[in-house]
Design a protein around this ligand. Structure first.
Ligand code: NDP
Ligand code: HSE
Length: 437
């Protein structure tokens, strides 16, 4: 099996090392040896340390490499939309099998890759694209195909989980925790894709597509990052017996007309400490899958890093290589359900709202009236409770309200109306609450 590797950075270089150190076992598992026939990179002369590969295999021309007739499997560890899409479409149309870790491309235009694979007759595998080393996509795409998945809830971004865990443990603010994540090498020099939720949204789209047999793209995912989460929010969550996590939530639902739908969202949320995802700390990932017959399943492990991600990549390389030797291909993309994606406004959520209000008679009634006008039911109210982080002052009071479940649009409209209330000096924070208390 002759492999073309595109990209030899954090993940690609570990693929090379693992492929070398496990070569005998991999050959035995596949039934034929794996050979790296070419590695495409941007800078040929870059120092890559001790890599167990002939320097002559390096090229700066990925197109030329994927077009070669002697290549069986193309492994893409570059990232980004273009030119990666063009390389992979070229390879797939020519009948080669493709293994990719590129979540951004799969979420942006996975359909084009799946179509090219179906036309060319090769496989398209991408286990490493979501939650790194955790075997998650294969269970969704194969093991659970006899069941009906109802919801997938996950922590799928290690950088933001490290930041939120640090804020929870030390009481640090977002900027301080981000600086620590950068110092320790978790956050990239430009952390935008992680902290603004783009990375998690791409992964949410991939998970939803597999779980609900429907093409879901990044544009279908409601996305909010963690940059607005404050130390006060974290303290308030603690006071409620909760912690704050950046969650991706993909759920089946039913629209007003009775049609089945999916909703896919990424946002920070408070979850109770008793929730299976609450104890997932540092840069770990975990995904909680609920299915009608199987019940609740939890997948946990390292979601990033060179070696863990390379483990998932090589698992796919073994699978597609075996298929090629057997002259078969894996089942095509399953998108038959084609469920409509429900707008965020219709998603059913709960809100935790902190208000800075004037402390005089009738204010609580006025605030409660706004909730009632929007059909939102209040679950709990706290004002100045000792040790809750809600401190009363001479003329102002901090009010923390948690709602029952309501459509997100009604909750957002409630917050908007509260901002216009005379007695409300400011809406200090708004966070969604997930999981039963
Ligand atoms: P890196 O930035 O470390 O490596 C990228 C590699 O691609 C480098 O070898 C670079 O070449 C090469 N490259 C970039 N542009 C081109 C180009 N135009 N032509 C040829 N080669 C090019 O990325 P990672 O290894 O971190 O990530 C690779 C993929 O894996 C991405 O899709 C990422 O989302 C995904 N992924 C990464 C994880 C991680 O923990 N890092 C986890 C899960 C998925 P050169 O070395 O010469 O600069
Ligand atoms: N930046 C990603 C993370 C890498 O922090 O989880 C893995 O996709």
């Amino acid at each position: 099996m002759r492999v073309a590797l595109l990209g030899c950075g954090t993940v690609g270089s570990e693929v090379v090392r693992l492929l070398h150190s496990q070569s005998a076992d991999l050959a035995a598992r596949i039934g034929a040896p794996l050979e790296i026939a070419g590695i495409a990179v941007r800078r040929i002369g870059r120092d890559r340390g001790e890599l167990p590969v002939d320097p002559a295999v390096f090229t700066a021309d990925p197109f030329d490499l994927v077009k070669r007739d002697d290549i069986d499997v193309v492994v893409e560890c570059v990232g980004g939309i273009e030119p990666a899409r063009s390389w992979l479409v070229e390879a797939l149309r020519a009948g080669k099998s493709v293994v990719t870790a590129n979540k951004a491309l799969l979420a942006e235009d996975g359909g084009t890759l799946h179509d090219a694979a179906a036309r060319g007759g090769g496989d398209l595998y991408y286990e490493a694209a979501v939650a790194g080393a955790i075997p998650l996509l294969r269970p969704l795409r194969e093991s659970l195909h006899g069941d009906r998945v109802t919801q997938v809830t996950g922590i799928v971004n290690g950088t933001t989980n490290f930041i939120l865990s640090a804020m929870d443990t030390t009481g640090a603010g977002f900027a301080e925790a981000l600086a620590e994540a950068t110092d320790l090498g978790y956050a990239e020099a430009d952390p935008t894709a992680d902290v603004e939720g783009f990375d998690a949204a791409a992964k949410a789209a991939i998970l939803a597509s597999l779980a609900f047999h429907t093409r879901v793209g990044a544009a279908d995912v409601h996305r909010e990052g963690i940059t607005e989460v404050t130390a006060a929010d974290v303290a308030s969550a603690k006071a409620m017996g909760c912690t704050i996590k950046l969650l991706c939530i993909a759920a089946r639902g039913t629209a007003a007309d009775g049609r089945e739908t999916v909703s896919v969202r990424v946002h920070p949320a408070m979850i109770p400490l008793t929730h299976p995802l609450a104890g997932v700390g540092d840069a770990f990932n975990a995904v909680f899958v609920e299915a009608e017959a199987a019940g609740q399943l939890m997948f946990y492990g390292p979601g990033a890093g060179g070696a863990p991600t390379a483990s998932a990549v090589l698992g796919d390389v073994v699978a597609v290589s075996r298929n090629r030797l057997a002259g078969v291909r894996a089942a095509s993309e399953s998108a038959y359900a084609d469920l409509p994606v429900r707008p965020m406004g219709e998603a059913l959520t709960r809100y935790h709202i902190s208000l800075d209000v004037t402390d005089r008679p009738g204010v609580l009634a006025a605030v409660a009236g706004v909730f009632a006008e929007h059909g939102v039911s209040i679950a709990t109210v706290r004002q100045g409770a000792a040790g809750s982080g809600v401190a009363g002052r001479d003329e102002d009071a901090d009010l923390v309200i948690v709602t029952h479940v309501a459509p997100d649009a009604a909750l957002a409209a409630t917050v908007q109306a509260l901002r216009g209330l005379d007695a409300v000096r400011s809406v200090a924070s708004v966070l969604r609450v997930e999981g039963s208390a």
